[in-house]
Design a protein around this ligand. Structure first.
Ligand SMILES: CC(C)(COP(=O)(O)OP(=O)(O)OC[C@H]1O[C@@H](n2cnc3c(N)ncnc32)[C@H](O)[C@@H]1OP(=O)(O)O)[C@@H](O)C(=O)NCCC(=O)NCCS
Length: 218
């Protein structure tokens, strides 16, 4: 089972990170992969009530990778933590499948109270470098969080949010992964979108002129 999770995660790195050139390279050189594998052990210990030992294994993972994942956090399959350094994932954080997280991301709490206090992240979410996602909020499936955003409210599925505090930007509804959060679908190219807008305005003007001519206004 663990081998299957490892293999599919390596495959995910190969498919989604343009810098990943071979399975061996991912296996040896990707701290995000190592951190998730170590989390598998620390989480097992945590769930079997070996709490201090679980924390200790998590601490070793942090020492080796620079990525801190609390053993209580629930991680989905094929999680990619790219570059990884400085990532912090809190105790009650929950992460869906096929999530892509860059370095310096925090899934943190805003309260010192026990209980659910960290975010729930849906499937296929991308979290840009340096983003902070804070509190027991949810990030909907396919959402994208811009680099350095501070997210303090839930993000609807498919929405892209940027800034501090994070707010939606125009382009929404992208459910599939785009490496580095850039649009791969030519229909979403900003220039093509501008051309589409101009074309629609031109058609509208033509229609208005036709209507005016028909009504013999000039
Ligand atoms: C958020 C993101 C996914 C948006 O990508 P997008 O949908 O292509 O959006 P655009 O680039 O067209 O930007 C839309 C608007 O948001 C702004 N914007 C984009 N990213 C932003 C960010 N991180 N912070 C603040 N504003 C941002 C743009 O300036 C633009 O504003 P405008 O409409 O006033 O011109 C992308 O900018 C991003 O931050 N990706 C993360 C990449 C990353 O962390 N890479 C690390 C590699 S090591």
């Amino acid at each position: 089972m663990a081998l299957m999770f490892l293999t599919e995660t390596i495959r995910a790195y190969r498919e989604r990170d343009p810098a990943a050139r071979s399975d061996l390279e991912v296996f040896l050189c990707y701290p995000g992969l190592h951190a998730v594998a170590i989390h598998g052990l620390s989480s097992f210990l945590w769930r079997h009530k070996m709490l201090t030992f679980g924390r200790f294994v998590s601490h070793i993972g942090r020492f080796l990778t620079g990525i801190e994942i609390h053993p209580g956090a629930k991680l989905g399959r094929r999680l990619i933590i790219d570059h990884g350094l400085g990532v912090v994932i809190g105790e009650t954080a929950e992460i869906g499948d096929d999530v892509y997280i860059y370095h310096q991301v925090t899934l943190g709490g805003t309260s010192a109270q026990a209980g659910k206090r960290h975010p729930t992240v849906g499937d296929n979410v991308i979290i840009g470098a340096g983003a902070k996602v804070l509190g027991a909020i949810s990030v909907g499936e396919g959402a994208r969080i811009g680099a350095n955003a501070v997210v303090v409210a839930s993000v609807p599925a498919g929405t892209t949010v940027v800034g501090i505090p994070a707010r939606p930007v125009e382009r929404t509804g992208k459910a599939r992964f785009d490496a580095y959060g850039t649009p791969a679908d030519p229909c979403l190219d900003p220039l093509l979108q501008e051309v589409d807008i101009l074309r629609n305005e031109l058609t509208e003007l033509e229609n208005r002129i036709s209507r005016l001519a028909r009504d013999r206004i000039f």
